[in-house]
Design a protein around this ligand. Structure first.
Ligand code: ADP
Ligand code: MG
Length: 285
């Protein structure tokens, strides 16, 4: 369910309060009982159920009646909380169209002080649906719903971008709220959709960027032609949440796999025969 800027703007303050209350209680419950919401927001039951009805209709909250009336945020609701916070801060003033949809995210164009991209992380949707059948009270720390997994993923990506920029060619990190990362908008296609005029130079540039990241202690760990964009002839490496520390015990294997993926792509598409040992030397030597 995509977020709607319209609904975020027209949200009543009670609705916002209810979303925040559900968010808070989801640390403890897969399905937050109506009682908990009532205690937290301090509104009448009829007001709350009316507001919840609207939130459910907009795809922000889900209701489950068994064995008790329980409510949970879905991604639309979590997106709304993040967007609301980013709007309040002035980071984002308008949400534009969907520009990317990956394995674990949706990416929107947006307007801030300059054009930006907002990446909403979507980790653990499967664990969300399994949570639907698990309605028990969760002990502190024993419950890790998708909202925290997604937020953690965004946090990791933002940390990597902050460390890497500007030495490594990555989007400029602007802000993070919850599971949403705001970064500069890259104006160009993904590498897999390009036909390069100077592939050898581009491959060189990519390897130099992998080396710079490695020197800053970071290995991408999911590098491929899908996670590189080309903007005015320059490569920009995106999609960093799964990065691995360069001193991690498996670091060598991970960096080798990143390099192999890139070399294989340039070999397949451009028949470039760059020796793996040379590339590894360039990155870690
Ligand atoms: N900063 C950005 N500017 C423009 N487009 C972006 C930006 N970040 C991501 N995208 C687009 O969104 C897609 C998905 O983002 P990505 O970070 O790769 O997430 P995923 O983990 O879901 O693959 C990318 O392939 C790219 O097309
Ligand atoms: Mg990607």
């Amino acid at each position: 369910m995509p977020v709607s800027a319209e609904h975020v703007r027209s949200l009543h303050r009670y609705e916002l309060r209810i979303l925040s209350a559900i968010e808070r209680w989801m640390k403890r419950y897969s399905w937050v009982p109506l009682e908990q919401i009532k205690d937290t927001v301090g509104l009448s039951e009829s007001e709350i159920t009316f507001r919840l009805g609207r939130l459910i209709g907009w795809g922000m909250v889900r209701f489950n009646p068994v064995p008790y009336d329980g409510y949970a945020l879905v991604f639309g609701g979590y997106d709304t909380l993040a967007l609301q916070a980013l709007t309040k801060k002035g980071t984002v003033s308008a949400l534009g169209s969907l520009i990317g949809e990956g394995k674990e995210s949706v990416v929107y164009e947006a307007l801030g002080l300059c054009p930006v991209a907002i990446k909403f992380h979507r980790v653990g949707q499967r664990s969300f649906s399994s949570a639907r059948t698990n309605r028990e009270y969760m002990p502190e720390g024993g419950h890790y719903p998708w909202i925290f997994a997604s937020s953690r993923s965004a946090e990791r990506e933002f940390a990597a971008l902050s460390t890497l920029h500007p030495e490594v060619s990555v989007p400029l990190p602007v802000h993070r709220n919850r599971h949403a990362v705001v970064m500069s908008l890259i104006d160009g296609p993904n590498l897999n959709r390009c036909r390069l005029d100077e592939p050898a130079e581009v491959l060189d540039e990519i390897l130099k960027n992998i080396r710079s990241a490695h020197r800053l202690g970071i290995i991408h760990a999911d590098l491929s032609e899908f996670n590189i964009m080309v903007e005015r002839g320059r490569c920009v490496i995106i999609d960093w949440p799964q990065w691995v520390e360069a001193d991690h015990p498996n670091a060598q294997q991970v960096v080798q796999r990143d390099i192999e993926n890139i070399l294989a792509y340039f070999k397949r598409k451009y028949h470039l025969n760059y020796q793996f040992e040379d590339a590894l030397q360039c990155v870690t030597g």
